[in-house]
Structures are given as C-alpha cells and as structure tokens.
Design a protein around this ligand. Structure first.
Ligand SMILES: NC(=O)C1=CN([C@@H]2O[C@H](COP(=O)(O)OP(=O)(O)OC[C@H]3O[C@@H](n4cnc5c(N)ncnc54)[C@H](O)[C@@H]3O)[C@@H](O)[C@H]2O)C=CC1
Ligand SMILES: O=C(O)C1=N[C@H](C(=O)O)C[C@H](O)C1
Length: 269
C-alpha cells in the first residue's frame, strides 16, 4: 500500500486543474486518485491521463464527486463558487479535507462554506502563493503605520478568461489594508468609478481591474500620500506557483482537526 496522500482534483480540465495534476505528478508525497468535472463534460468516463494526452493513469474522470472524494484524503478545488459549495457539502459527507482556491464568493456563500468547517478541515485562500500571503502581512503593517492622508488603491491585472472581479487576491489585500487601519472593508471599499464620481473620499480603499491576454496575475497596493507614493507589488510568473501552494496546503491538512484555515495557517505566517 502506498504512503502517498490521495488527492481528488475538481475542475480537472481547467487551467488550474491541469496545473495541479502536473504538479502532483512530480511530487513524491501525493498522487491524484480522483478527477471530477462538471456533468456533461467531454472527459467524463475517460481515463484522466489519456484526456491530458499522456499515458493511461487508471483514474477515470467522473461527475460523481462523493465517490471520488470518499477514496481521497483531500480534495483540491479550483472551480467556481456554486460548484465549490456543492463540493464542500460532499467533502463534509465523506470526511475529506477541502482545499479551496476558487474565488468570486459572495458573503452569503462564505457563510454557507463556514458551516462545513465544523465537519472537516477547510483551507481557503484567494491566492495560494507564499509571496502574496506575505504581502498581506506587509500591507496590514504599512496601512497601520500610515495615516488617513495616504490613499490606498489596489490595482490588479489578469488574463482575459477570468470571470470574477476584483480578484480574490485584490480582496485579500484590501482586507489586510482595512485590518491595518482598523476599519470595515465593506464600508470603505470603492469598487467602480465611471463618469462624474466626485472627489475621492478620504479613507476609501479603491479597487481597479485590468483584463487582457495571458496575464497570470499582478497586484499593486498603492499608498498615495502627500508628496510620495509607496507601491507594494506582486507578480505571478507561472500558475505552477498556485498549484505548489495548494499541494502544500493539501499535505498540511492531513490529520488536522476540522476547522476553517487559510494560507497564513499553512505557511505559519
Ligand atoms: N487561490 C488561488 O491561488 C488561485 C485561484 N484561482 C481561481 O480558481 C478558479 C478556477 O480558475 P481556472 O482554473 O483559471 O478556471 P477554468 O475556467 O480554467 O477552470 C474551471 C474548471 O472548473 C470546472 N467546473 C466548473 N463547474 C464545475 C462543476 N460543477 N463540477 C466540476 N467541475 C466544474 C470547469 O469545467 C473547468 O474545468 C477561479 O475562481 C480562479 O479565480 C486561480 C488561480 C489561483
Ligand atoms: O483567476 C486567476 O487566474 C487567478 N485568480 C486568483 C485571484 O482571483 O486572485 C489568484 C491569481 O491571481 C490567479
């Protein structure tokens, strides 16, 4: 019997699904034992390896999440909010830990997800990279140090296939800035400017969004103050960055008590 952690991948054919399968394939600590796609997808019923243009793996792509999860130690899920809510319910039923990279949740979705943290270990982060999670800590520190005459703006850029905005990462950075200032992000965030907007309101945290080409993910936190600007920047060069973070999180969940965790817990930041 193998000592490898058994991992089920949802959204197996997606950009992140493929990257996760490649990353886990190179790991000596884990193996892909399940692959889930949405009902009606071409890959359902086919061998995962053949779908990816490689050798047969013995893993059949399925739309039956519960069966795939029951045979896994942990699920890694980068799909879409509605799908992830369903997967959290299935993972809670099968007692399988759930690593969530999906972004674009509403506050109601997040409340619903929280309930499953009573049954299983859930790690959720809008960005699984070490650099961004470190940047949230730095952003909080800088926001706490600078007064309200430093305007905070979060600018993010992503590829033209991304469906949610602002990005999960931008929201993490905005939350960190709000935490640093001791304010409620919902009360100060300015997420859409168009037309005669009036002057900027002091204390707001603004978000701006760029979509184009194949940009993997870029984030700036700008502190624009009297006579100077401080800009904190993260650039992701390669999606493998997120997949490696997700695998680290998946291995970290093994033996963990039920609860809601994030990458700061995983990385010990
Ligand atoms: N937290 C992080 O570090 C990162 C998060 N993301 C997030 O991950 C998510 C996915 O991103 P991509 O892979 O670029 O998107 P994608 O569109 O390439 O892939 C999504 C996959 O999910 C599948 N899917 C959708 N509904 C499903 C269902 N009900 N059952 C099974 N499969 C289903 C789709 O068929 C598709 O294969 C997005 O929310 C994105 O923002 C992406 C990169 C890094
Ligand atoms: O959709 C993406 O691609 C990414 N999504 C995440 C986000 O919304 O922040 C993380 C990363 O920036 C790539």
């Amino acid at each position: 019997m193998s000592n490898l952690a058994r991992i089920a991948i949802t959204g197996a054919s997606g950009r992140m699904g493929r990257m996760l399968i490649e990353t886990i394939g190179q790991s000596d600590k884990a193996e892909v034992t399940g692959a889930v796609e949405r009902p009606g997808h071409d890959w359902i019923g086919q061998d995962l390896g053949l779908c990816l243009g490689g050798a047969e793996t013995g893993v059949t792509v399925t739309d039956d999440a519960a069966t795939a999860f029951a045979a896994a130690d942990v699920v890694i899920d980068f799909t879409a909010p509605a799908a992830t809510l369903g997967f959290a319910s299935a993972a809670a039923e099968t007692g399988t830990a759930h690593v969530i990279g999906t972004t674009g949740f509403t506050d109601e979705d997040l409340t619903a997800l929280s309930a499953f943290g009573g049954d299983i270990a859930i790690v959720r982060a809008g960005n699984m990279s070490l650099g961004v999670n470190l940047l949230t800590q730095i952003t909080k520190q800088v926001a706490a140090a600078l007064g309200p005459d430093y305007d905070i703006e979060v600018v993010e850029a992503h590829h033209n296939r991304k469906v949610d905005a602002p990005s999960g990462t931008a929201l993490m950075l905005g939350q960190a800035a709000a935490d640093g200032r001791g304010v409620d992000l919902n009360e100060v965030s300015d997420r859409g400017r168009d037309g005669i907007t009036g002057a900027r309101k002091q204390g707001d945290i603004g978000f701006a969004v760029i979509r184009g080409g194949g940009i993997v993910g870029e984030h700036d936190v700008i502190f624009a103050g009297p006579g100077e600007r401080l800009i904190l920047r993260h650039i992701a060069d390669d999606r493998g960055l997120f997949a490696r973070g997700a695998l680290t999180a998946a291995l970290w969940t093994l033996g963990k008590a039920p609860g809601e965790y994030d990458m700061l817990d995983v990385l010990g930041l």
